[in-house]
Design a protein around this ligand. Structure first.
Ligand SMILES: [Mn+2]
Length: 375
């Protein structure tokens, strides 16, 4: 019986440049802790091997401490065997990276830089398909079909796309890894990397996804896969194990003037205890009347400091108003005249979308000021 952990796309050292410095620090720290977290999970679940299916490092030339600290974490438990495949971010052509890694690696860490069988256990062999450049442009798993491994259980390890599903990097729009490779090559399991969400291609072919989310694209909590195979011919038992320390959430809040926007907003917030580890990017759409909009803005501003990082994009939210609402601004006089002119401009089909939008924005400002005065 073979039991191992399958992970990929750790992207150690990823800079996260678009976030403020303190958030970047947390994001980098969470990634730096992944090797120790994977080791703990492997031990807890009796897995002797950890397979990393590419993009362990975010760059071809990571900072020396990124490589060293990952290796130190891997060295902490000599009974765990780490098998590291290059990906597209850290391909085998990055000679300095792999030279330093091999120079510093403890005996329980193996870098898989060549396409040749690697013993995994007495009766199991690993077939790696390391890319030597960013876009190899061909199926590097071809050689699996005819690899000579005797009676051993065959496990494949590769990085790249099997299909054109949205967002996969490196494929240039064409499929690269044959989706039926596991069947064609008689593999007990094919461990894939590149896609950052967890994905089952068939019962023997899985993307583990990144163990620590790095974008809002995949809403599920990041995980590694525990794989158990009883022997050649047996179907693998694949169990996702949660690994992510930080949560990335991008909820969409579609509002209707009849709704209670405060209740809707409260319902999309994660529990209080989870917010300090959460990046929260709220997308608003629909329409609200001015008073409800002001209430919602206050509720959003009040919740923001709970989060590691918080943003709310109101671009899809329109302001619904009639004469009664304009009374909030003023019943008569210059301000009322200005408000009516802006309301008309915001709806005027003869104006450009930009001009309509700036009229709507200015009117929203007037409502906000008026509601502040009344509050
Ligand atoms: Mn990747």
């Amino acid at each position: 019986m073979l039991r191992f952990l399958h992970s990929s796309d750790l992207h150690l050292g990823k800079p996260f440049g678009r976030f403020p410095e303190d958030v970047r620090g947390r994001l980098r720290q969470a990634r730096a802790e992944i090797p120790a977290r994977l080791a703990r999970l492997a031990r807890d679940h009796g897995a002797g091997h950890i397979l990393l299916a590419g993009d362990t490092f975010d760059q071809l030339t990571p900072a020396p401490q990124v490589i060293r600290q990952a290796l130190n974490a891997m060295a902490a438990d000599a009974d765990l065997h780490w098998l590291i495949l290059p990906g597209n971010h850290d391909h085998a052509g990055a000679t300095e990276l792999w030279r330093q890694l091999r120079a510093d690696a403890p005996p329980n860490v193996t870098a898989l830089l060549a396409p040749r069988p690697q013993a995994l256990a007495d009766d199991a062999v690993l077939l790696p398909a390391p890319p030597a450049e960013r876009s190899p442009g061909r199926d590097l798993t071809d050689w699996f079909d005819n690899a000579e491994t005797g009676d051993a259980l065959r496990i494949g390890l590769a990085h790249g796309s099997v299909a054109d599903f949205e967002g996969t990097s490196g494929a240039g729009g064409s499929s690269v890894i044959a989706p039926d490779r596991a069947a064609r090559a008689g593999l007990g399991y094919l461990a894939l990397g590149d896609w950052h969400g967890q994905r089952r291609i068939d019962p023997r072919t899985w993307y583990s996804g990144t163990p620590e989310a790095d974008s809002f694209r995949h809403n599920a909590t990041a995980a590694a896969l525990l794989v158990r195979i009883d022997g050649p011919g047996a179907a693998p038992e694949v169990t996702p194990l949660e690994t992510g320390a930080l949560r990335w959430r991008r909820p969409s809040l579609a509002l209707d003037p009849q709704d209670d926007p405060l209740a809707a907003h409260a319902a999309c917030l994660p529990p209080l205890a989870d917010r300090a580890d959460c990046l929260f990017d709220l997308r608003l759409s629909g329409a609200l009347r001015p008073a409800a909009r002001a209430d919602l803005d206050r509720a959003i501003a009040a919740a923001a400091p709970d989060f590691l990082w918080h943003a709310a994009d109101p671009a899809g939210l329109t302001l619904l108003h009639d004469a009664t609402d304009l009374d909030l601004i003023d019943r008569q006089g210059a301000l009322r005249t200005a408000a009516e002119a802006l309301a008309a401009e915001a709806e005027d089909p003869a104006l450009s979308p930009e001009a309509r939008q700036s009229a709507a924005d200015a009117l929203e400002q007037l409502f906000a000021l008026a509601l502040e005065e009344h509050a």
